[in-house]
Design a protein around this ligand. Structure first.
Ligand SMILES: *Cc1c(COP(=O)(O)O)cnc(C)c1O
Length: 475
């Protein structure tokens, strides 16, 4: 009879496997090497009648996922905006599962409740947000948008005498949502999920630096002075890392009673660096903000944060009381601010990351990533057949690869760019993604991992040079 009761052996196995994985991160392929079919055949074991020993489950799991994991936890991953995990956050995340607390209300886990309370204050201080803002620890920026815009919907409609929690949206005054012409898809999904509908989105023109134009906002506000209005601004536009001119836009929007929300999934962290916080000038005047812990703070997934200046509106839009719940004095119940009911005590990992890094460590992490992003764009940009398309404002940049045959067209350059990216992924020495920016295919560069070093940058540039040579030779 296998010992399926004691957690000792499976946990020890997991620890050994975890350390072996982390030790290999630096040298292993960053791309997946297993195929879809391989993964399906290994992992798709028939559902068994009888279970197996817990340690065996862990060993099989590790063997079966081999080649199917992406090296995004390490320093040579530059696609999307992913981030790794600082050691204290990773270890605290293990403990979060071990403790298995339900962080729905204070009574279910007083320690988890207080950790989120303390960590919320840490985050507001690091990010330069109003000390009285309310907050929620959610799964990511997607749900942070939903949470913040739920508060926005409440406040805007309450001002018009409409109780949206009670009456719904069917006959309510229609809300319109002003947003950048380039924005993250999570804004659109939040608007859909809230029943406001994507037809309510009004995309506004950006300038050459990918920042929202002040005249475009003024015109949109003038065009409709009646509808309850939300304005979604960006701290760190996805491709360029651009910051909207908050100090000009926010007062203009507020003159008309518009609710201003800031999508700062990664860019909000610029506020934590003395060298970059000027980009956030005026942003603290907004009504709500979203950001991620799992990106630039380097906390394991899932970790996002919503902040709302009007804590009362946030509370009113989310709170629920039930006879079986227990509420204690002035303790903070997460369910009053979170869309989830039962939930993981995900604040613990954020708390640990911030304690490990301190204010200076967070600033250094931001500065280092920005520095490496600039170095990557610069070093790639001077390679034969490559060009820099966007110098990073913070940690995001764009490059492109040119087809150097005489008479090559834009379509040829696009193909060349995709082909080089593909070749880099085949080599597995670094990981980048492609994007269409202003009609042209580009390779996006994002640095958001604490582990990325100068050596990783050199390693990645060498890998790109090799890929360029392979593709140019038509091999
Ligand atoms: C990643 C990202 C999001 C979405 O965040 P999730 O944590 O994936 O939900 C939203 N906006 C921007 C600018 C992002 O980079």
């Amino acid at each position: 009879m296998p010992d399926t009761q004691s957690p000792r052996e499976p946990l020890a196995r997991a620890m050994t496997h975890a350390l072996a994985y982390l030790d290999k991160l630096d040298t292993a392929s960053v791309s997946a090497t297993a195929t879809l079919d391989q993964l399906r055949s290994r992992l798709g074991r028939p559902l068994a009648e009888d279970g197996v020993d817990a340690s065996r489950v862990i060993d099989d799991l590790v063997a079966d996922v081999d080649g199917g994991l992406i090296g995004s936890a390490g320093g040579r991953f530059f696609a999307w905006v992913i981030g790794g995990s600082v050691p204290a956050a990773l270890a605290a995340d293990w403990l979060t599962s071990t403790w298995d607390q339900n962080a729905g209300i204070y009574a279910c886990s007083p320690a988890a409740g207080v950790i989120e309370e303390v960590c919320g204050a840490y985050l507001k201080s690091l990010l330069g947000l109003p000390p009285n803002a309310s907050f929620a620890f959610v799964t990511g920026t997607q749900m942070a948008h939903v949470t913040a815009l739920t508060a926005a919907r409440h406040a805007l409609l309450e001002r018009r005498g409409w109780d949206v929690e009670q009456r719904g949206l069917a006959r309510a005054p229609a809300i319109r949502v002003l947003c950048g012409a380039e924005r993250h898809g999570t804004v659109d999904r939040a608007v859909r999920l809230l029943g406001i509908g994507s037809d309510s989105l009004v995309p506004l023109a950006l300038d050459d630096a990918n920042r929202m134009r002040v005249d475009a906002l003024r015109a949109a506000l003038d065009a409709d002075r009646e509808s309850p209005t939300i304005l979604v601004l960006q701290a760190g536009e996805l491709n360029t890392g651009a910051f909207d001119p908050f100090a000009e836009l926010i007062p203009l929007a507020h003159e008309r009673g518009t609710w201003v929300h800031v999508d700062g999934a990664f860019g909000l962290w610029a506020a934590a660096s003395p060298g970059y916080k000027h980009l956030m000038d005026g942003a603290a005047g907004a009504d709500s903000w979203s950001t991620d812990g799992h990106k630039w703070l380097n906390v394991p997934y899932d970790s996002g944060y919503a902040f709302v200046a009007d804590a009362r509106a946030h509370f009113a839009s989310m709170t629920h009381r039930s006879s079986y719940m227990m509420h204690e004095g002035d303790a903070r119940d997460q369910v009053d601010y979170n869309p989830e009911w039962s939930r993981r005590a995900r604040g613990i990992a954020s708390y640990a990351a911030i304690r490990q890094l301190g204010r200076r460590g967070v600033a250094d992490l931001v500065d280092r990533c920005c520095f490496h992003a600039r170095a990557l764009v610069k070093c790639i940009g001077i390679l034969r057949g490559a060009e820099a398309v966007w110098e990073p404002v913070i940690n995001q940049g764009l490059v492109r690869f040119r087809d150097e045959r005489p008479g090559a067209s834009d379509a040829d350059h696009d193909r060349r760019t995709d082909r080089v990216i593909e070749q880099i992924l085949t080599d597995g020495e670094a990981f980048f993604g492609g994007v269409t920016f202003r009609g042209r295919r580009c390779m996006r560069i994002s640095v958001s991992n604490w582990q990325t070093t100068h050596a990783d940058v050199e390693h990645a540039v060498a890998a790109i040079e090799r890929a360029l040579a392979t593709v140019s030779a038509g091999r």
